[in-house]
Design a protein around this ligand. Structure first.
Ligand code: PGA
Length: 255
């Protein structure tokens, strides 16, 4: 069985390097001892060197939370995918709903995604509808996101792709709570079907599909087991080392 991928999205937290270390030290200690889990820590880019530490590790990788759509140049305040790679990141979150809300378009996400794949990063592409409707319009919305965000991606890069299904209504403090594992399972079958239509069946079957949105140690097992998620993208709960440590151990124990 493939390893579970547990991704921590710290967002713009914490404020100080000291607090970052207080999360990193205990989390890394737990993550290093797991055999069936790959942990990916996505701190703010400034804390990447802290998160990478002295020895890069396969079990505990680090990732960026977004990037700019150029490799270098006169782009004040921006960070390129190659810079993230050379800072030690091996993963990159793209298309997070908070970045989309701040103006990220599907075309821009697609451009960044193709650059990031070339730079050697594994891309965690976030998709998800704002609301569910009885008529099933939200399914069309997800299809469109996938088609536009993954447009013209070469098949040779398929093994660097990860999709995180994060219904927007389930994310963050204002969320109504997480989705349910059965619904996630249906969504992941649907996502594979769409991806198969342009990247081929094999790539679609091998594609890791994560669940994200209000995951805690109380819901992690259900999404991994009943929902058959290949992993989780964890926001708030990843800032609490005890809680995130519990989620990692749950993922290790899932059969
Ligand atoms: P949450 O965030 O776990 O705090 O809902 C998830 C995410 O935004 O990736």
């Amino acid at each position: 069985m493939a390893k579970k991928l547990i991704v921590a999205n710290w967002k713009m937290n914490p404020e100080t390097p000291r607090e970052a270390k207080e999360i990193l030290t205990p989390v890394k200690k737990i993550a290093q001892n797991l055999k069936r889990v790959t942990t990916v820590l996505c701190p703010p880019a400034l804390f990447l060197p802290l998160a990478v530490g002295a020895k890069p590790s396969e079990k505990v990788a680090v990732g960026g939370q977004d990037c700019f759509g150029e490799i270098s140049g006169a782009y004040t305040g921006k960070i390129s995918p190659t810079q993230l790679y050379y800072a030690g990141a091996r993963y990159l979150i793209l298309g997070h709903s908070e970045s989309r809300a701040a103006g990220d378009t599907d075309a821009a996400i697609n451009h960044k995604l193709r650059l990031a794949l070339k730079a050697g990063l594994k891309v965690i592409l976030c998709i998800g509808e704002h609301q569910r409707d009885e008529a099933g319009q939200y399914l069309q919305f997800i299809k469109q996101q996938l088609e536009e965000d993954l447009k013209n991606v070469q098949r040779k890069f398929a093994n660097q792709l990860i999709v995180a299904y994060e219904p927007v209504w389930a994310i963050g403090i204002a969320a109504s709570g997480p989705d349910n594992p059965e619904s996630f399972h249906h969504q992941s079958i649907y996502i594979r079907k769409i991806v198969a239509s342009f990247l081929g069946k094999e790539a679609a079957m091998d594609l890791p599909i994560l669940y994200g949105g209000s995951v805690t140690s109380k819901t992690a097992e259900a999404f991994l087991k009943a929902g058959e998620a290949d992993g989780l993208l964890v926001g708030r709960a990843s800032l609490d080392p005890a809680e995130f440590g519990k989620i990692l151990k749950i993922a290790e124990a899932v059969k």
